[in-house]
Design a protein around this ligand. Structure first.
Ligand SMILES: NC(=O)c1ccc[n+]([C@@H]2O[C@H](COP(=O)([O-])OP(=O)(O)OC[C@H]3O[C@@H](n4cnc5c(N)ncnc54)[C@H](OP(=O)(O)O)[C@@H]3O)[C@@H](O)[C@H]2O)c1
Length: 330
């Protein structure tokens, strides 16, 4: 039995229904069963982590719990012939960080089917700058590439200064799209330009300019993290044959539309879920980030924090004030 002690952020449910969060010691043998024991080097902060951290039962049913849907680290124990001790793996999504202890602890134990080998040309830190946010942006862009192509296309990204948004702006511009960034943060124009946005539209200006159910067509491809009125506005604003990938709900889970953009402009709306994407597809996206999609200046997209620093960043993400990606270094 492995009695080794490690540190983890632990969220507890109090008797009065409130939640408290502390950095505490935990034993390896308190981790769930699994094929791989991984010493986590880095994790990252995603919107879902902030929900789990604050006691959202739609994400995490049972507390005490350690959030963290992303992790990269070194295998210390393996019961699988597919992975050897000392190998580095990336684990994102599935149940990790939801109801299985996640990457906000220094160790995780997970099934082998949740793990991808860290590609040789991808640095461990870079993999967590990308994290679930980048994986999701990658899955959106892969779908758009298949349906419409990227090079020379007019693209739009919502929530563009946030995690998924900034990764989408960066990757779309690298692949040759002409990117418009929709943002609520007037102070982030320079950041958005530096990651490749050609045009920046303030969220309220966009909302005020749209005529529904159909406005002037402006874009061929879109990545939407917002839902709500923003998504309704995008659906009204796509060019003929345009495609929107829908992956988030920071504005609202509901949206209004009509059939007109779909039957008169042949528009498409594609749903993206990175969490349950089969591991082969996730591994394929990681390989792309290590080759054709390699981003040289990933560094400027992130800030690295320790467990104490992460707690402050969680407050920001819950208020929609996140800029770029936050990486947790253990
Ligand atoms: N489907 C999937 O597999 C998947 C995976 C990862 C994340 N997600 C979802 O994607 C969304 C974004 O996640 P994230 O990790 O990128 O979060 P994030 O880092 O907090 O970014 C969200 C961004 O959305 C914008 N925003 C905030 N409030 C808004 C509002 N009321 N209306 C419109 N835009 C608003 C802000 O950017 P600006 O100020 O620049 O507008 C904010 O920075 C979340 O809903 C998350 O659950 C889904």
């Amino acid at each position: 039995m492995n009695n080794k002690i490690f540190n983890a952020i632990i969220v507890d449910e109090n008797h009065d229904g409130t939640f408290s969060q502390k950095i505490k010691e935990k034993k390896i043998n308190e981790l769930p069963d699994g094929d791989l024991l991984v010493k986590v080097e880095y994790s990252s902060l995603n919107y879902k982590d902030a929900l789990s951290f604050s006691g959202n039962k739609g994400v995490t049913k049972h507390y005490p719990h350690t959030p963290g849907i992303d992790a990269v680290g070194v295998i210390e124990e393996s019961t699988s012939s597919d992975f050897i001790i000392g190998e580095k793996v990336i684990v994102t999504g599935y149940d990790m960080g939801m109801n299985t202890a996640g990457g906000f602890g220094e160790y995780i134990r997970v099934p082998k089917k949740w793990a991808s080998s860290l590609p040789k040309t991808l640095d461990a830190l870079d993999s967590m700058i990308i994290g679930t946010a980048g994986l999701t942006a990658g899955l959106c862009i892969q779908s758009l590439e298949i349906k419409n192509g990227i090079l020379g296309k007019k693209a739009v990204v919502t929530g563009s200064s946030g995690g998924v948004g900034c990764m989408a702006v960066k990757l779309l511009s690298k692949l040759g799209a002409d990117v418009t960034a929709i943002t609520g943060k007037k102070e982030e124009i320079e950041f958005l330009k530096s990651i490749g946005a050609k045009e920046i539209i303030y969220r309220d200006d966009f909302l005020n300019s749209v005529r529904k159910p159909m406005s002037k067509g402006q874009w061929d491809i879109a990545v939407d993290v917002a839902g709500g009125d923003i998504l309704s506005g995008l659906i009204a604003s796509m060019n003929y044959g345009g495609t929107i990938t829908c992956c988030g709900l920071v504005a609202s889970q509901n949206f209004d539309t009509t059939v007109f953009p779909f039957i008169l402009r042949g528009n498409s709306l594609i749903g993206i879920d990175s969490g349950e994407t089969p591991i082969k597809e996730k591994t394929n996206i990681w390989e792309k980030f290590a080759s054709d999609w390699q981003i040289d200046d990933l560094d400027r997209l992130h800030k690295t924090v320790d467990m104490h620093g992460l707690m402050d960043e969680i407050k920001k993400i819950l208020k929609g004030n996140q800029v770029g990606r936050i990486v947790l270094k253990h």
